[in-house]
Ligand binder design. Structure first.
Ligand SMILES: *Cc1c(COP(=O)(O)O)cnc(C)c1O
Length: 395
């Protein structure tokens, strides 16, 4: 199956392979780490660029029953994708209702649970419950330091009192979000935990959730009732600076279009930002910034950029990444092993998303969510519904 706009394999210049079994294994690793807390999954932004429908189904098959999206339309897509596998999946919408009655109605119709962090959205959702005459679930987001979305934590008591007067609203989650959980020594983690524990006392009995991917690896183990990993599921390293405990999910291979040799002193690419210091063999690949390879992966005379992995060697990107093309220095690759059509790994077992990100001055999250539309996409299928079938009567 190809995603909308994807290029058929026989004509694509690069192949993107997404390993759903690895996503399932990553989820199981996190689940086992936080048990008995529930391990939800964040699948916003097209499951971090990997394909929301495929990922939602694979996670449901592994046993994940709570998923978080950012926007309502992502929630509708997830609901449709899970209609047969997990019709009762709990789908949270992190960005809430945007103060729009139409959003509240859409959430109610698809049985999505809005994550609410302001009075306007709270009033809208209460109004929707009243209109329907039916109980409605909601999650409450509190700010403990991000200053982005969420109620002021000092209003927890007031919000709890207001909820007590809205009998149709059922708070199924009290949440907050770390600002620096990838840095375990950062004192703000402990501060946020302290603030969270204080505010959640206003909601006795309501399940609590604080940890994202990196939060799952904090020494304080702030798992509460549910954790909300995203990045780690997709193979990103939740413990920067330490080895990555997660399995690689994304493999991106580009075809070499042309090979040339240049003399010392020649430059490569727009503006001639990289100069050959020796006789150099260059390989041009059909991937550029229009495909999500950051322009900042450019390698210049003064600063190294990204790399491609080819025939057992790491080969630097040289010159500016252009829109549709990128050049790598393959001088150190055995000459016989390269020709147009040969494959260069840009992401995979040798080059992780965090690796490319670090060499491009960005984060792996941005690498993943920018994965381009011109790749031939394929999926390595995950395991079926065996987790839930375990213990069934099948011989
Ligand atoms: C995106 C997001 C997450 C997931 O974060 P990761 O770092 O990708 O694990 C969890 N909670 C909230 C509120 C988010 O916005």
């Amino acid at each position: 199956m190809t995603a909308a706009g994807a290029v058929p394999a026989e004509r694509a210049q690069a192949a993107l392979r997404i390993d759903l079994a690895a996503i399932q294994n990553n989820w199981r690793l996190l689940r086992d780490r936080v048990a008995p807390a529930d391990c939800a999954a964040v699948i916003k932004a097209d499951a971090y660029g990997t394909g929301l429908e495929h990922v939602a189904a694979a996670l449901a098959n592994a046993g994940c029953s709570s998923l978080f999206v950012a926007q309502i339309d992502e929630g509708l897509r997830a609901r449709a994708a899970l209609a047969s596998a997990l019709p009762r999946a709990r789908l949270f919408v992190l960005n809430g209702l945007a103060g729009e009655e139409a959003h509240a109605r859409a959430c109610a119709d698809a049985d999505l649970v809005p994550v609410i962090g302001c009075d306007e959205d709270a009033a809208l959702w209460a109004g929707e419950a009243k209109r329907l005459g039916k109980p409605r679930q909601l999650a409450l987001m509190f700010d403990t330091g991000m200053n982005r979305l969420g109620f002021d934590r000092r209003r927890a008591g007031k919000i709890a009192a207001w909820l007590a007067g809205a009998p149709l609203l059922r708070p199924v989650l009290v949440a907050s979000h770390f600002i620096a959980s990838q840095a375990p020594q950062d004192a703000r983690n402990a501060l946020q935990i302290e603030r969270f524990e204080e505010l959640r006392r206003a909601f006795p009995g309501a399940p609590a959730s604080l940890a994202n991917s990196s939060g799952v690896f904090l020494p304080q183990q702030p798992f509460y009732d549910q954790v909300r990993p995203g990045y780690a599921l997709y193979g990103g390293n939740p413990t920067p600076g330490a080895p990555n405990p997660m399995a690689a999910v994304v493999r991106l291979e580009a075809a070499i279009l042309q090979i040339r040799e240049v003399e010392a002193g020649e430059t490569v690419g727009y503006d001639g930002r990289w100069t050959a210091r020796r006789t150099t063999r260059l390989a041009t690949i059909g991937v550029g910034y229009a495909d999500g390879l950051p322009r900042s992966a450019t390698g210049t005379d003064s600063e190294a950029g990204g790399e491609g992995f080819v025939a057992g060697e790491r080969c630097p990107i040289v010159g500016r990444v252009s829109m549709d093309l990128t050049v790598i220095d393959v001088t150190d690759v055995a000459p016989g092993s390269l020709a147009p059509g040969a494959r260069v790994e840009l992401l995979g077992d040798h080059i992780g998303v965090d690796d490319l990100a670090a060499r491009s001055g960005t984060i792996g999250y941005e690498i993943l969510t920018n994965l381009g539309r011109r790749y031939a996409r394929s999926y390595v299928s995950g395991t079926g519904a065996h987790d839930r079938a375990k213990g069934s009567a099948r011989a």
